[in-house]
Every structure is written in C-alpha cells, then in structure tokens.
Design a protein around this ligand. Structure first.
Ligand SMILES: Cc1ncc(COP(=O)(O)O)c(C=O)c1O
Length: 460
C-alpha cells in the first residue's frame, strides 16, 4: 500500500509547537519529546506515516490493538452512516448495533454469554470486579467474598483498582497505598520461573501457589481470579497448556469466578478468536477491548456467562440489576464499527492468518538465537516476545538503557517494536504484536531489523 498524501513539514512544525505547549502525554517524558517525536498523520495496512514523510512499520499495531490494520474505508462509512441515523442514546434503552454486536460476541464465545458494554480495557476489568462482587453478595448473602486473586507482573489497566490488580510494583509505586482487596500469586513465566523450576517437572508449582493462596486467604473471602491467558505486558509469557484448565478447575472446586482478561489476547491476536479457546475453558467473566474494534472506535466490554447473568435477573423489587452505568456504554457508532470490524476479521480469516504468520515470524525470531544476547523466543499467533539477556547462563536482563537502545535502533530503521518486562529487575523483552494483516516480507523486515539491532548495539 502506498502513502496516500504528500508530507507537509509546515503542519508538522505547527503540531509540535502546539503540542509541546499544551498537551500532557501519557507515560513518555515530555523533555524527550522536545528533541524526538513522531507526528503521525496517516496510516495504511501495517504502516504509519509521520508528517515529515517517514514511514514506520508498526510491529505493535499501536498499543497491541489495530488488528485488521489501518486505513479501512468501510469502517469510516459505517461510522458515518450510523451517526446520521442514530448518533447516541443511553444503553438503558436498546439499540440496533449494540444488540448485533452482543449477539456476535455470544456466537464467537460459543454461546451462553451476555455482554455489558464499556469504553476501555481498564473499565472492562473494573466492571468485572464489580459484577463478581455483586454476584457474590447475591449468591452468598451475609458472606464477604470480595477479593480478587491476580498474578504478579500482570497488567490489567490504569484505574486504581485495575492497577491494584496488576502486579508490577514499579507501575504502582507512585499511587500507593492500595485497597488490599487484590491478592497476588506467582506468575506462570517459565523462562524466569519464580520457583526456579522447569516445566514439566515443576508439576505446575504456580497453580499450587494459587491453591495455597486461596486456602490461606480463606476461600469464603475470594470472589474471583483474574488471568490474562498469555501475559502480554511482562514480555509475552506463554504458560504451559495445562495451566489455564488447572486454574479453571481451582475456580470450580472453590466456588470462585474465573475472570479472563482478553483485552490484548482477544480477537485473533493469538491465532484463535479468544486465547482461552486454545485451552478449552469457559470463563465466567471475560474482559474484551482493543481488537474488538481494531481501535477504530473506543469500545470494550465485560462478557458474563449466563449463570452469572441469571444472578442479576429478577423482579425490580429484588434490586438485583447490574448496579453500574457509564454514559457511552453500548454507543451505537462504536458498536456498529466494532461489528463491521469483526465481520472483516471473519471474512478475511484473520485469526487463522494470525496463527500462520505468527508461526512464520516465530520461526524467523528463533533464527536470532544465534546471538548470545537472545535468551528466549516465544509467542502464540501474532503475539511474540524476544527476551534479551546480558548472559545466557545467568539470564541477567538487559539494563533499561540497553533495551531502550534496541527499541530506538529499530525505530531509527523504520520499525516500531515494543518493550516488555516487569520493570528494572525482571525481564527485558522486545514485544511484537503487529496488525494481523502483516505480510511475510514485513515479518522478514522485523526479523532483519532486530538481527542488526542486537548485533550492532553490541549487546552480544
Ligand atoms: C491485558 C490488559 N488488560 C487491560 C488493559 C487496559 O486497557 P485500556 O488501556 O484500554 O484501559 C490493557 C492495556 O494495555 C492490557 O494490556
């Protein structure tokens, strides 16, 4: 695909000046933006364009979200049509696109689910925490089943509760103290097993750790366990196949809800529509976002199993309804765009393509094991990680500056990659999550650029 419009340096200059004077950016240090910025003005397929004409291959699909790729005019048409017909009405009433989208999600999940719409992945998890708590109040009156069990080094969002659920100390430090309602257990990160064990002789010590925590906390105080099937942010930790079924069994054994975070993992990212479908489990609560609309519109949802939904069903006087609301939930324009996005995914078999191209990219990355600095290569579908180390024997992570150098080298050579890791002390992984429409030639370019980055920065 070619760049649609000519670069415009005057626009760029004016954007940079006004932005630096008035915008407060997330997570990046403003001082750095004074010398180096991307002013993204257009995008097509897997490529974004700076106003100065520079093209970047976006190997992260934005923030792990532009699954069908950039620049699909059908989605602009759907949004315009829907805005003309019905731009908005609160979701206390019904609307056509939201009903169509919920129906589609139910089908994709295999049936038996209701969908509650929100606007971001954080909100989807947050709504799930509240639904789990309310469910427990209905089902176990007089008891206090409110805790969420979560894994260290997980990321579940940016609001206070989702941050608390997350397990990255460095991300949380500036906002402490937290509520203490989120109890953390060991992460299934086999390359850096927290128990120093190896699979399969470990006999899933990480699952035993969860059970020990449930018993230690008191099962009658626990509402749910939240898991992202493949932990993305820490560096794409793919657990053993038995892990998620074993966690699901614990949930059944102790009467705890299983809350699966599919915010990144969902919508074809891992080679199936949802990552939990690799493992044959049927979660009670599922948070979805990002790929639901490929980020063409902000929309997300908490999907609840009908057994949970039933607990919210009754006469008005029983006061069992979902006791939360948000202004934009079920937004007809966002829902119409999301539905068409999913139809495109299905028509173009993008989940299958993710499995196929992911295997190709993984194979290319495995070739980089020739470098001593590459400690591990892993992934599922088009969710991949290249873990870099100072020393293969000790697995000592790269310093943040070294890892940043690899990311910067790639950017200077026109490829945008991500960086994962649990902060300064745990892991140092290059993450890849490109649009599912990425081509073989683009995969080759990612591998080639990383090859040169590792070699030329003498991390080796
Ligand atoms: C696994 C996971 N859950 C939840 C979120 C939060 O989503 P959002 O940024 O849309 O609030 C993210 C964001 O990256 C995520 O990676």
């Amino acid at each position: 695909m070619s760049r649609p419009n000519a670069p415009d340096p005057a626009i760029r200059e004016s954007v940079v000046r006004r932005d630096l004077d008035t915008v407060l950016h997330p997570i990046v240090q403003h001082k750095l933006l004074e010398t180096k910025q991307i002013v993204v003005t257009e995008a097509q397929g897997s490529t974004i364009y700076d106003a100065d004409g520079t093209a970047y291959l976006d190997a992260m699909a934005g923030l792990w979200c532009v699954n069908i790729g950039y620049g699909r005019p059908e989605l602009a048409d759907v949004a315009a049509e829907q805005m003309r017909q019905l731009s908005y009405y609160p979701h206390t009433a019904m609307n056509v696109p939201a009903a169509g989208l919920a129906d589609k999600i139910n089908t994709l999940m295999g049936g038996g689910y209701h969908t509650y719409f929100v606007n971001s992945g954080s909100e989807a998890n947050e709504a799930a925490f509240k639904i789990a708590r309310q469910y427990m109040k209905h089902e176990y009156p007089g008891e206090y089943r409110f805790k969420t069990i979560s894994r260290y080094f997980a990321y579940h969002g940016t609001t206070l509760a989702t941050l608390d659920a997350g397990g990255m100390g460095e991300r949380k430090a500036k906002f402490e103290p937290f509520s203490g309602d989120f109890v953390h257990v060991a992460q299934p990160y086999c390359y850096r097993c927290p128990f120093g064990l190896s699979y399969p002789s470990c006999e899933l010590a990480c699952v035993k750790n969860i059970e020990n925590t449930i018993i230690g906390e008191g099962p009658e105080t626990v509402a749910e366990i939240i898991v992202e099937p493949i932990m993305s942010g820490v560096g794409v930790a793919v657990p053993p196949d038995e892990y998620l079924p074993a966690v699901a069994k614990l949930c059944r054994d102790y009467g705890i809800l299983l809350h699966v975070d599919e915010v990144i993992n969902g919508f074809g990212r891992t080679g199936k529509m949802f990552a939990h479908q690799h493992y044959g489990v049927a979660p009670d609560l599922v948070a979805i976002a990002k790929g639901i609309s490929s980020a063409y519109m902000p929309i997300a949802a908490t999907v609840v199993k009908n057994e949970v939904f039933d607990s919210f069903y009754g006469d008005a006087a029983e006061n069992r309804q979902v006791f939360q609301v948000n202004t934009y939930g079920g937004h007809p324009v966002a829902a119409a765009v999301a539905l068409r996005n999913i139809e495109i995914m299905e028509a173009e078999h993008l989940a299958e393509r993710s499995a196929e191209m992911g295997a190709y990219l993984l194979d290319g990355l495995r070739g980089l094991m020739k470098h001593q600095a590459v400690g591990d290569v892993r992934g599922k579908g088009l969710l991949l990680g290249l873990e870099l180390v100072q020393d293969r024997e000790t697995k000592q992570p790269l310093s943040p500056a070294q890892l940043g150098g690899v990311v910067e080298f790639c950017r200077e050579h026109g490829v945008l990659v991500g960086r994962g890791g649990g902060g300064r002390r745990y892991g140092s992984t290059i993450t890849l999550s490109p649009p599912l429409v990425i081509t073989r030639a683009e995969c080759d370019r990612i591998v080639d650029t990383l090859d040169r980055a590792v070699r030329e920065l003498s991390v080796d």
